[in-house]
Each structure stands twice: as C-alpha cells, then as structure tokens.
Design a protein around this ligand. Structure first.
Ligand code: FES
Ligand SMILES: [Fe+2]
Length: 442
C-alpha cells in the first residue's frame, strides 16, 4: 500500500499513483465513500408515495424511496438471500420490491416481508425481521437535495457543508420556488479517475480559456463573448475552499442578459430580477458561481445548469450521472431554453463537456506509464496567497486562478484515507485555520 501519510497536499504536491492504484481505490470506497455525505437524488425525482430511484454510494447500489408518510428513506439494493439487486429498475413507483432471483420481497423501507414457499422451504422457521435490506442510517433533505451517509459520526450535513452552503444556496435560493431536476439523468462512462473530475469542478477555472477555446469560438460569434472564458483582471472572480469543497466564480457587470441561453429564458430572467435580488442579494446575483464540488463527488455548474455525480468505477473509470436543473416555477418555454443550453454545453455530446472528458482520459492514459506515475504533480497555484472573507464571500478564498480548493480537496481526502475520525478531522481543520490566521496577523 502506498504511504499516504507522507503526502503533502497542503504543500500542493500530488502523487499520481492516487489515480491508478487499486489498493488506494478500495480504501477510498471504504474511507471516503463509506464515511462522507453523498448526493442521492433531488426530491423532485420522488414525486409520490412509493416513488423510488436507484443510485450508487461509491460502488454500492442503493434504493431511495418515498415512504407512505412522505419521508425519504434509503437502503442497500442487495437481497439478503444471495445478493442480487432487489430492484433492477432505474426508477418508478412501487408498493414492494421483489428480488427476481428467488422472489424474496421487501417493503418500501427495505424490510423483508415475504419469502416464497416459506412453509416448505424454511419450515416456517426464518425470522424475517432479521433479514431486511441494509438501511442507510442517515438520510437528510437539504432544500430538496437528498444526501445520505453510512457514517454514524459524520457531522450533521449543515456542518459538513460549512461555508460551502453560501455557494450552494445561491443556486437553490435564487428563484422563488427553488429548483427541480429535469427527469433523467444522462449517464455516460469516462475512462478516468473520479478525482480528476471532482477536483476540476472544485478548483479549476484555469483550464477554461485554453481547453474550451475552440468551443467558445463555435458557440459565440462575438469575439468579446469568446473571451469570456477568461475572467478579466478588474473583475477577477474568486475561488473558495472549505471542508474539502470548492467553488470558482466569475463576476458579471449586469444581471440578466446571458448569451448562452435563448430569448425565453433571458426575458423571464430579466423580469424576475427584483425577486432574485430579494432572494440572494444584489451583489451575490452578480457573481456566477461557475464550477462547484461538494466533497467528494457531487458537482454543479451555476452557468450551464448541470448537476452531476461522478460515480467511481475502479481507479480508471467513472460513470457520470448528470441532470439539468431548472427553476421549478418557470414556464415550460424557459425550462426548454435552459435544457437546450445545458445540452449544448454540458452533456455527453456538449461542446465543453467533451473538452473536459478528453483531458481526463488523456492524463489517465499517460499514467499507464511506470515513470509517469513516479512524477509528482504541481498543485501549488496561488499557494500562500489565500485570504478570508473577501469580496463579500465567506470563507477561505483566493484568485479564481488558484488551486486552493484542489489542495483543500486532497487534504480532506488524505485525512479520511488515513482513517482519522470525524471528530479528529474537525479538530485538525480548526487547528489549521487557527495557524493560518496567526500567519496572517504577524
Ligand atoms: S437472491 Fe434474492 S431471493 Fe435469492
Ligand atoms: Fe471545463
């Protein structure tokens, strides 16, 4: 096993073997995905009692189900008889779930309620109460987003989110009525490690003017718009880092007109301007929180309206599950405009999406080389230039061209991988924060 304790993510040094090593990957499933809060679904995907969706926590299949009392519960989608998935449909509505191998049946909470031929096969001597599906012990609803964790001692979700709440809330609170997800999701496979995608969405605006240059030209005729990939120096944008999460913003001179969207959306958006200002504040409405990751693998883009999970599939592959999010109360024509824009930019064939995926698969391919895996990567951009609570933004931030969030992402990853308890991680974070403030005050 690679010695993770010697890693120095805070110093911006990355060991490339973390993207390829099978032992590291198995440990991630246990220590990172087994202990973090993971995005499961949005409540709009579970419209009525008995509505369910199937998703994954790491590589574990789980069923998320709207209960009779309207609450949402989740359990491991694995039959206790021989381990088949209890439910093989992606989504739907049901009263019970029956395993298609030998027919054990479970209720909406995952309790075992029926065993075929119970008298003949088991002589009526099976205690069904002991053989229910494994329940996800903690499931929470944050403004419509459903998260779950296997961990008994992870902090409450709000604490886990920390200052990242400000950045996530911008999307969730912007319009009256909040958001909903357009039914989907779109799913596709990319041959790269999950951390490339999650880290980039946390931390990397730097690639945009280079990697997406040709896409910008294809998309916009106006050269000024083609240049908007690169935030101007006078409105530089910021990058936020905290609790392993990250967000990168750019700032716009005027709220409303957005050339990436069609006329229906633009007219509606401008008509709703005062409401947006009331909901999130004038200053915040002029900051576009463009790329975001909630540690470990839930990401969204403020621009382009995509939310996604990077499901890990071994060290060298991910399954992307991406939804378009839309203002729930907007007219259908507005939603259609957003879907069109989102599909054009960030979807399996989106002009920006394909640029990103190509980069990650390229790096993953290079890492097939033995020498290539011994070569330390540089994540030191902006190291030592972090500030707190600047430009009206809460938390630790830096110029949008920095890797503060990447360093934070890998620091949280390292703490979890070393098996530090959640109480220990909270203590370490507080100590690190105190020592940073000391440095700034001298
Ligand atoms: S594996 Fe499910 S009933 Fe046998
Ligand atoms: Fe990108």
């Amino acid at each position: 096993m690679i010695d993770i304790s010697s890693f120095d993510p805070a110093g911006g040094l990355l060991d490339p073997r973390i993207y390829t090593d099978s032992d590291v990957y198995q440990r991630e499933l246990e220590q990172v995905f087994g202990r973090s809060w993971l995005f499961l679904t949005h409540e709009s995907q579970l419209p009525k009692r008995g509505s369910f969706i199937q998703t994954y926590m790491g590589e574990d299949p789980v069923l998320v189900v709207r209960q009779r009392d309207n609450s949402v519960k989740a359990f491991l989608n694995q039959c206790r008889h021989r381990g088949m998935r209890i439910c093989r449909a992606d989504e739907g509505t049901s009263k019970t779930f029956t395993c298609s191998y030998h027919g054990w049946a479970y209720d909406l909470e995952g309790n075992l309620i029926n065993v075929p031929e119970e008298d003949r096969a088991y002589r009526n001597d099976i205690d069904k109460s002991k053989w229910g599906a494994l329940k996800i012990p903690r499931v929470t609803n944050y403004k419509g987003l459903i998260f779950g964790t296997w961990s008994a001692d992870a902090p409450e979700f709000e604490e886990y989110l920390g200052e990242m709440a400000y950045y996530l809330d911008t999307v969730l609170d912007m319009y009256d009525g909040g958001i909903e997800l357009v039914p989907g999701p779109m799913k596709w496979v990319i041959d790269c490690n999950w951390k490339f995608a999650a880290e980039q969405f946390a931390s990397d605006m730097y690639h945009a003017p280079i990697s997406h240059a040709s896409a910008a030209v294809a998309m916009f005729e106006d050269p000024a718009l083609q240049g908007m990939m690169s935030p101007p120096k006078e409105a530089p944008g910021r990058q936020f880092a905290g609790n392993g999460h990250g967000s990168g913003s750019f700032w716009i001179p005027e709220f409303g007109p957005n050339p990436q969207y069609g006329p229906s959306f633009n007219a509606w958006n401008i008509a709703n301007r005062d409401k947006v200002f009331a909901n999130i504040g004038v200053e915040r409405a002029h900051k576009v929180f463009a790329h975001n990751t909630c540690f470990p693998n839930f990401s969204w883009l403020g621009q382009s309206n995509t939310m996604r999970v990077w499901h890990p599939r071994g060290p060298g592959q991910i399954e992307v599950w991406a939804w378009t999010f839309v203002p729930k109360d907007a007219p259908q024509a507005v939603k259609d405009d957003i879907v069109k824009s989102s599909q054009f930019t960030f979807s399996p064939a989106g002009v920006f999406e394909t640029d990103d995926g190509e980069n990650w698969t390229e790096v993953q391919m290079v890492l097939r080389g033995w020498k290539a895996r011994q070569n330390t990567f540089n994540a030191q951009m902006g190291l030592g230039y972090e500030e707190r609570d600047t430009h009206g933004l809460p938390g630790k931030s830096n110029d949008v061209y920095s890797e503060t969030a990447a360093r934070g992402f890998y620091q949280r990853w390292k703490d979890l991988m070393l098996g530090v308890s959640w109480a220990g991680i909270t203590g370490l974070d507080a100590a690190r924060r105190a020592s940073e403030e000391e440095v700034h005050s001298v």
